[in-house]
Design a binder for this molecule. Structure first.
Ligand code: G3P
Length: 221
């Protein structure tokens, strides 16, 4: 499973990349807004330059022509730019047009299995089901991922399932067990994933025992 970072913060992206764990980046207008004061074009260019993998940048037009214009502007900024298009009727038309132009699209704000199927039929490279926001309204977000996975397997659909709106490590484990293609994580969730209290406890014990043997901390090789 590929790991993307769900952020518009270049420092987080550089840090995640230095750990060798980040395969790509996803942004959205709310994440861009968090980088208060920064110039939108500058942020996007910096993220695209810093990231070797795909970077999703979202259009904010809601009509077909506007989405296509903004998509072309986004693509001009880098060959790793993926255009994020919302799941609407105009969005589906835009996904079809852009995929015919070989522009990769991430269809966002997906909340039902049929929305995912339609985005795939329109030619989206990725579909982004929002699991956390379904959990927020007492639905099971990960059940949606299972349903989309089954549908895509039934029809040999190549569109990648990009699990979005991840809030905790359990979402990530379930995404991997289901066989989702990508999990996009806030930096705070990424940081938690390699940690385990038994790892910390075990390491402290090893180091304490070593100090009994070599009180000055030597490693005599
Ligand atoms: O990038 C879209 C998605 O990951 C948003 O997450 O936490 O705002 O629901 P969240």
């Amino acid at each position: 499973m590929k790991i993307f970072l769900d952020t518009a913060n270049v420092n987080e992206i550089k840090e995640g990349l230095s750990w060798g764990l980040v395969d790509g980046v996803t942004t959205n207008p709310s994440l861009i807004e968090k980088e208060k004061g920064a110039n939108f074009k500058d942020i996007v260019k910096k993220i695209l330059e810093a990231t070797p993998g795909p970077v999703s940048i979202e259009v904010v037009a809601t009509d077909f022509d506007g989405m296509i214009k903004q998509a072309h502007k986004i693509r001009e900024l880098g060959s790793n730019a993926v255009v994020k298009i919302p799941m609407t009727i105009d969005g589906l038309r835009a996904i079809r047009k852009l995929s015919e132009e070989n522009i990769p699209v991430n269809c966002t704000l997906v909340f039902s299995p049929i929305q995912a199927l339609f985005a795939a039929k329109a030619g989206a490279k990725y579909v982004s089901p929002f699991v956390g926001r379904l959990d927020d309204i007492a639905e099971d977000g990960m059940q949606l991922i299972e349903q989309i996975k089954t549908i895509f397997m039934n029809y040999d659909i190549e569109t990648e399932i990009l699990v979005a709106s991840i809030r905790n490590p359990v979402h990530v484990v379930r995404a991997a067990l289901i066989g989702a293609d990508v999990a996009t994580l806030p930096f705070e969730v990424l940081k938690k994933l390699p940690q385990h209290p038994k790892t910390d406890e075990g390491l402290s014990k090893f180091l304490a025992d070593w100090k009994k043997l070599f009180p000055d901390g030597n490693f005599p090789l």
